[in-house]
Design a protein around this ligand. Structure first.
Ligand code: ADP
Length: 259
């Protein structure tokens, strides 16, 4: 009995076996033979140049597109379409301009059912969690780009999904804002225990954030190597100056350079 329980605990939240995806009648191999297993609560970065299949892998996990070959599992069941236990965030916040921040956060719930006062309380809590407690009734145009992405993050959390897929979520922001939001993202996902998959083309950012970095290479899109990041948490930005960190950056560069 105890052994069975232990086996369940270690079962990955997201896994793929020989996952492949082609487009244009098989002429474009966006993702080739991807094998992976992501543990509950862990943070995985996907890093690689444009066209190596990062977004394709996220969209497959989200159930937005179907694999051409192989099997993808989420919480132990096969992904066959969009589902409630996974949610995705993009580079642009795509907030509705005519709705306040809190009304935007409530949108995913509202699309499913009539919202309750508990939903509103939760939305307010999430806005506080992302540092926007004082801006709940502001409209997107009154918020900076970074603040708009914070609203999008709160909206993502409002879905209740515990697997978060982030496609360059802060990629359109300036470097200082991006670094600050990255640190806050780490705090938030560890606080709620979410499993996070984060796409970036920045090697240092990928390593700074992650427990594991999947280094991806194009033509065909492949997970070329998986780098474990054994750096203690919480992480300060200064960790990027350490020899250990730079060694990991070098390791990723070698994989990407050896195309
Ligand atoms: P990345 O996110 O790493 O930039 P993508 O996953 O977007 O890479 O794309 C991987 C490859 O698949 C690229 O060559 C891209 O042009 C191709 N691709 C992605 N989506 C489509 C599509 N809907 N139709 C045709 N080709 C696509």
């Amino acid at each position: 009995m105890e052994q069975a329980a232990a086996a369940r605990v270690s079962e990955p939240v997201v896994s793929g076996a020989k996952v492949g995806k082609t487009f244009a009648n098989g002429t474009v191999v966006a993702l080739d033979n991807a094998n992976f297993a992501i543990e509950k609560g862990s943070f995985v970065s996907l890093v690689g140049p444009s066209g190596c299949g990062k977004s394709t892998l996220l969209r497959l996990i989200a159930g937005l597109i179907k694999p051409t070959s192989g099997v993808l599992n989420l919480h132990g069941t096969q992904v066959t379409g969009p589902r409630q236990d996974v949610a995705m965030m993009f580079q642009r916040a795509t907030l509705l301009e005519w709705r306040t921040a809190i009304e935007n956060v409530l949108l995913p719930t509202e699309m499913q059912r009539r919202i309750t006062s508990e939903d509103k309380d939760r939305a307010m809590e999430l806005l506080k969690l992302v540092g926007l407690g004082d801006f709940a009734f502001s409209f997107p145009a009154q918020l900076s780009g970074g603040m708009q992405q914070r609203v999008a993050l709160a909206r993502l959390l409002q879905t209740g999904a515990d697997v978060l897929l982030l496609d360059e979520p802060f990629g359109a922001l300036d470097e200082f804002t991006r670094e600050r939001l990255n640190i806050e993202l780490l705090r938030i996902v560890s606080e709620i225990g979410a499993t996070t998959i984060f796409v970036t083309h920045n090697i240092a950012e990928a390593i700074f954030l992650a427990d594991q970095v999947y280094v991806m290479t194009p033509r065909p899109g492949r997970i070329a190597s998986v780098i474990d990041v054994p750096i203690a948490r919480p992480r300060e930005l200064s960790v990027q100056l350490s020899p250990e960190f730079n060694h990991l950056v070098e390791e990723a560069r070698v994989t990407l350079g050896a195309l």
